[in-house]
Design a protein around this ligand. Structure first.
Ligand code: GLA
Length: 384
């Protein structure tokens, strides 16, 4: 569904239920060109917001409780502001509750409120529908109650919500990209300082194509948190605040004190950070081939060293590599399923899709999906 229709749908549903027009917030999902699992190591990432997102309608209410209605899941959440706790296996509800709980740690929400939301981000595809939802809630409440939060404060609230209520110790990339995205551009972000550089993205004869494996192996959260813990342990052994501060030579000095699996993971992070820097230089110089090769190298590191890939993702990247019309590809996001990002020659797109559809089905007896995207603006209020 197009964003315009999505907005109309949410507004209509809100008016229908609450007899009032809401404030409307649009918050996008994200892709990431390169720099995976580097954000929580204070490293570099290269994400962009996309033209698929979450639309939330929000208004104050006089009722006894706050309500949040998820149109797509057809689920209603009701809660009191003075009693907010995570819900076991609560899914989307924990992102909302987490954001509200985090806001209440430092600010007062003076009244109850109603929210209705819906989205067009494929769920489970690794496009950060959770960050989009969190950002839409915090942005909406900030606007509605004049909380005076800056965008930076808002993304940290969203991130902490995910840590405390969803138990995923995520970095800041998703929330940052969703909040600060810009049209037709990607963001080179230093996660240590939050300094960013905007890169207009125009791959000329090539374009970005996402391929969704349509699998989500039970990762997940625990595997993610374990990876983070390994990185933190090694940083501690090296007496630095994060792996961002470490060179390969320094890591080598403790090689005998760590398992080879942990060593490879830390090495991956150091090398991936360097790849993001190289990738930004390649884009500046319009060296698309260099950029593409870095994507392939990134995937290889995620597959063999960091071990967060899966056979479906590896298969798609292998197929891309075999195809002369693809310049680079890799798995994207946390891993264990979701999408690959591919840089594909525009006028060969149809053929490429055809051949992948066929090969993927033959291998896994399952369909994959394709998304062509536009890079888009970040979280904002939509005037209706
Ligand atoms: C998930 C997390 C991000 C980031 C990526 C991996 O999307 O939410 O913070 O760590 O995985 O790069």
């Amino acid at each position: 569904m197009k964003n315009k229709q999505l907005i109309e749908k949410v507004v209509a549903a809100f008016c229908n239920t609450h007899q009032k027009k809401p404030i409307v917030i649009y918050s996008p999902g994200r892709i990431n060109l390169i720099g995976e699992h580097t954000d929580y190591n204070n490293g570099f990432v290269f994400p962009a917001a996309i033209n698929k997102g979450i639309v939330s309608g929000i208004e104050k209410s006089n009722s006894e409780k706050c309500t949040v209605f998820a149109m797509d899941a057809n689920e209603l959440l009701e809660f009191s502001l003075d009693n907010i706790n995570p819900i076991k296996n609560g899914g989307w509800k924990n992102y909302v509750l987490g954001v509200v709980a985090e806001i209440l740690k430092t600010h007062t929400i003076e009244r109850n409120f109603n929210i209705v939301f819906s989205g067009n981000i494929p769920v489970g595809a690794g496009l950060s529908s959770s960050a989009a939802l969190e950002n839409s809630i915090v942005f909406g409440l900030n606007t509605l109650f004049n909380l005076g939060l800056t965008k930076e404060e808002m993304i940290f609230i969203s991130q902490r919500a995910e840590h405390t209520f969803a138990n995923v110790k995520c970095g800041i990339m998703d929330q940052y990209a969703s909040m600060f995205g810009q049209e037709n551009a990607a963001i080179f972000l230093d996660c240590k300082t939050l300094e960013s550089t905007i890169y207009p993205i125009d791959f000329k004869d090539y374009e970005i194509l996402l391929i969704n494996t349509n699998v989500k192996h039970s990762l997940d959260d625990s595997a993610y948190n374990k990876r983070r813990a390994v990185c933190e342990k090694i940083a501690l052994m090296l007496n630095v605040s994060s792996l961002r501060e470490v060179t390969e030579a320094q890591l080598d000095q403790i090689k005998s004190q760590v398992s080879s699996a942990d060593f490879e993971k830390a090495l991956y992070v150091i090398q991936e950070n360097n790849r993001v820097l190289e990738a930004s230089k390649a884009l500046q110089k319009n060296e698309l081939n260099v950029f593409g090769n870095l994507l392939y190298e990134s995937h290889s590191g995620l597959q063999h060293q960091y071990k967060v890939s899966c056979e479906e993702l590896d298969f798609l990247v292998e197929k891309a590599k075999e195809n002369p019309n693809v310049i680079g590809a890799r798995m994207m996001g946390g891993g264990f399923g979701g999408c690959t990002i591919n840089i594909v020659k525009k006028n060969e797109l149809v053929e490429f899709r055809k051949s992948i559809t066929f090969a993927y089905y033959k291998q896994f007896f399952q369909q994959c999906s394709f998304y062509s995207l536009r890079l888009s603006k970040g979280t904002c209020e939509v005037k209706i």
